[in-house]
Design a protein around this ligand. Structure first.
Ligand SMILES: [Fe+2]
Length: 252
């Protein structure tokens, strides 16, 4: 067990984020259910050519503007149609549209996390709290990378490979999302996501997913991943169903 995680408490997280104790992303109000509100395709946090040579400008533009943008459009369309179907009390259509919304909103969320997980290459490796959590959960950063790569390479169709924080066991877990069927532990929180649909890499790497995965590793912004982890360490968990592993009860 690594002390950096075993002794980390809510008060430590408060020190990282100031008096309010939460980063901006946690402090934002709940999204409104107002049907007039629309999901928005966010701007990339860096210039589209900034990830070269690992991701070409053309590949990023295609991925963000076309593929991610299409999911945002479809999610908004489903939202609008849901409102209309509910007014008609057409529950069969509502059921189908809820599925459409789930698929496209999930893709919107995953892509939005992806862009913030990436940054121009610096050669940096996981440090601090994230490094401690990786060591605790997987044995070492190298073992984590090996497992992550194996899961991502073995997926026969497209999907996502994600790393999430399990607030009950207080450990990191790797959760594949296979062809939109998530093998995820409910109520875990995504920290790192890798898109292994072909549209994410084929323009530059053809069918060589392993080359994309090697490139992905070079452009992960580990500080972003660590910030997401630290934010989760300060989240109060209702009704934990297991004893805390690292000597700090959830929310204490
Ligand atoms: Fe994608």
């Amino acid at each position: 067990m690594n002390d950096a995680v075993s002794t980390l408490t809510l008060s430590d997280a408060r020190d990282d984020f100031g008096v309010a104790g939460r980063p901006d992303c946690v402090r934002r109000p709940m999204p409104s259910a107002n049907v007039d509100e629309r999901y928005v395709l966010s701007e990339l946090p860096w210039d589209a050519g900034a990830l070269a040579p690992y991701c070409s400008r053309e590949m990023i533009v295609l991925h963000h503007d076309l593929h991610h943008g299409a999911h945002v459009d479809r999610a908004n369309r489903a939202l609008q149609q849901l409102d209309s179907a509910r007014r008609r009390r057409d529950w069969l259509t509502v059921t189908q549209l809820e599925t459409d919304l789930a698929v496209n909103l999930s893709e919107h969320a995953l892509h939005t996390i992806l862009w913030t997980n990436l940054a121009p290459p610096t050669g940096a490796q996981p440090q601090g709290t994230l490094r401690a959590a990786l060591d605790n959960s997987f044995g070492s950063v190298d073992a984590f990378r090996e497992q992550f790569m194996t899961v991502a390479t073995a997926m026969r169709s497209g999907g996502w490979v994600t790393v999430a924080w399990d607030p009950y066991g207080r450990r990191l877990v790797i959760e594949p999302i296979l062809d939109r069927h998530s093998i995820a532990i409910c109520n875990t929180h995504l920290l790192l996501v890798c898109d292994v649909w072909e549209h994410a890499y084929s323009l530059q790497y053809g069918k060589a997913r392993n080359e994309w995965l090697e490139a992905f590793w070079e452009i992960v912004d580990w500080r972003n991943v660590e910030s997401r982890l630290i934010a989760q360490l300060s989240v109060f968990v209702l009704e934990p169903y297991t004893a805390p592993l690292f000597g700090c009860a959830a929310g204490t």
